[in-house]
Design a protein around this ligand. Structure first.
Ligand code: AMP
Length: 528
């Protein structure tokens, strides 16, 4: 064991593996079949921006387009987009661009102008999604946080899909500083009710009724919960013309504040096109092979999930390579935990943050993608403890691997990179075997970091000591104040046999179910 580990650590410290080189200028990625063009020396100098020609002068409006309502505020990022506010009406004239549609504003600041809008910011008028009080997949805890925001008054409410009971709805209402939750079941005839004494054919009628009188609810419904800016989802790409072709001119990015320094370079806050805040990861020259990176980035940009950091664009035509991603206000989870040390984060917040990471990882699992470096330092935190998994796949570019044609090429980290021994599963350390189950092992360590406010795992042990200690069957004890159930989950993640470890899907629902307390809340209001 010692021999295996020391040879592994030796190779980590003094890696000299052969570089995998594609044999042709153009090759096909094995995973998704996309053609990736390697940059030749002459091409490297050629700016590729703007990546798609901007549209001709606004096309004549086709009459009779579908009318949509804006769900969130949106501020135009290019001259071709439209600014709008939640509640504005927009007539969609062309959906063919995909995730960015062409629309004409019927109301609001851009009234009668035509331009691009992010498709995920609007919903058809008269649809349930367009109702200002319908917060579809909002979780119970998030509903509480949103309703408790200072801009909401008593009686503010929302209707959401129930977490625990699939297909059912819940009403969450703010009443004098506390949030109450009510089930909204359906009768066999499809009518909705809170009290069996009164049912309604539509949710809208139910809301209108309880807006006129409390009639047994804790309080009369007044205004829909205000969404605030923080609720707006990420757009697909930075704009309509960076969705598919996303090599952008580095002159379109202004770097400002330095956010941190990672193993491979510095990270800055930046402004794209003078309008949009982004994070810019600058990679130290020579850190990686550009074509290796582009091949991986091709896969990474297809991975879109609310709990994954979105890769927006890249600048790879000259060094340093820029990786442009969404900006997360509170930086890395590790720093966030260490700064907080339990002063404001409650156990429920810690479990909720863990659930968010599990949700992002469950998506990667469903896409057959492996992170390879899951740790609190690679999770980023936004407003309201929102957590998103970052840097998925990058470890693969920084490390060599033997998945491609070259059988001799051993999977090893590149020279000078730090190998995260304490986060890595035994089979990955000893046998270079990286799978989604080795990510599950790392997730167990990440849970430990969350529950100890960013303490180094295996305290007091060196990397080698930790690996030897693990090989004797030991596992870290339950951290102070950590619920036993949560430690049991960690222990399952650290099962020696990979197939005994849970899936991320299971981890996600186990962690989310910690909060599925709706039933208790309904019991409090037992007449409903
Ligand atoms: P990394 O190179 O990913 O290890 O990042 C180094 C540091 O930069 C992190 O610890 C964060 O504090 C910060 N950082 C990285 N990416 C972002 C981002 N998207 N938003 C905000 N801060 C970031």
């Amino acid at each position: 064991m010692r021999k295996m580990l020391s040879s592994c650590l030796h190779s980590i410290a003094s890696c000299c593996c052969k570089k995998w080189k594609p044999s042709e200028d153009e090759e096909r990625s094995e995973k998704d079949g996309t053609v990736i063009k390697n940059l030749s020396a002459s091409e490297e100098r050629e700016p590729k921006y703007p990546s798609r020609p901007l549209p001709d002068p606004p096309a004549p409006v086709k009459p009779g387009g579908e009318v949509y309502v804006a769900l969130y505020d949106y501020s135009a990022r290019t001259e071709q987009d439209l600014s709008f506010n939640a509640g504005d009406h927009l007539e969609v004239v062309d959906k063919s661009p995909g995730e960015w549609w062409v629309a004409r504003a019927l109301t609001g600041v851009s009234a009668s102008q035509q331009g691009y809008i992010p498709a995920n910011y609007v919903a058809p008028v008269e649809s349930l999604d367009a109702e200002p009080w319908y917060f579809s997949d909002t979780k119970r805890l998030d509903a509480e946080k949103m309703l408790l925001a200072k801009w909401n008054q008593s009686g503010a409410f929302l209707i959401r899909n129930s977490e625990g009971r699939k297909g059912e709805l819940s009403l969450s209402v703010l009443d004098q500083g506390t949030v109450k939750h009510y089930k909204i079941p359906k009768l066999d005839n499809g009518h909705y009710y809170i009290s069996k004494l009164k049912s309604f054919p539509t949710l809208k009628e139910l809301v209108e009724y309880y807006s006129r009188q409390a009639e047994g609810l804790c309080v009369r419904l007044t205004e829909p919960c205000k969404k605030g800016q923080i609720m707006a989802p990420e757009t697909y790409g930075l704009s309509y013309n960076t969705v598919d072709i996303w090599e952008i001119d580095r002159k379109s990015i202004q770097l400002s504040k330095k956010l941190g320094t990672g193993q491979f370079g510095e990270v800055y806050q930046g402004l794209w096109n003078g309008t949009t805040s982004v994070a810019v990861k600058t990679l130290k020259p020579g850190t990686m092979d550009t074509s290796d990176f582009l091949r991986e980035a091709q896969l990474m940009k297809k991975l879109r999930h609310p709990k994954l950091i979105q890769l927006y664009a890249v600048c790879t035509t000259e060094e340093p390579i820029y990786i442009i991603t969404e900006l997360m206000k509170n930086g890395s989870l590790l720093d966030y935990l260490q700064k907080d040390k339990g002063t404001s984060l409650r156990i429920s917040d810690q479990i909720e943050m863990s659930a968010q990471v599990a949700s992002g990882m469950a998506y990667l699992e469903s896409q057959n993608y492996i992170h390879r470096d899951l740790a609190a330092r690679n999770v980023l935190v936004g407003e309201n403890n929102i957590c998103k998994v970052a840097d998925f796949g990058l470890a693969r570019v920084f490390m060599k691997e033997n998945e491609y044609e070259d059988e001799d090429c051993v999977y090893e980290p590149k020279e000078g990179t730090k190998f995260p021994v304490k986060w890595t599963a035994p089979e990955a350390i000893n046998g270079n075997r990286y799978t989604i189950k080795s990510d599950v092992w790392s997730f167990g360590i990440l849970l430990y970091e969350i529950m100890t406010f960013g303490q180094m795992p295996y305290p007091g042990m060196s990397n080698i000591q930790a690996v030897q200690w693990l090989s004797k069957g030991h596992r870290m004890a339950c951290p102070p104040k950590c619920p036993k159930v949560l430690h049991d989950i960690m222990l399952k993640c650290w099962k020696e046999n990979e197939s005994d470890r849970p899936t991320f899907e299971t981890l996600q629902w186990q962690l989310e179910d910690f909060f599925d307390l709706d039933t208790t809340a309904y019991d409090d209001s037992s007449q409903y």
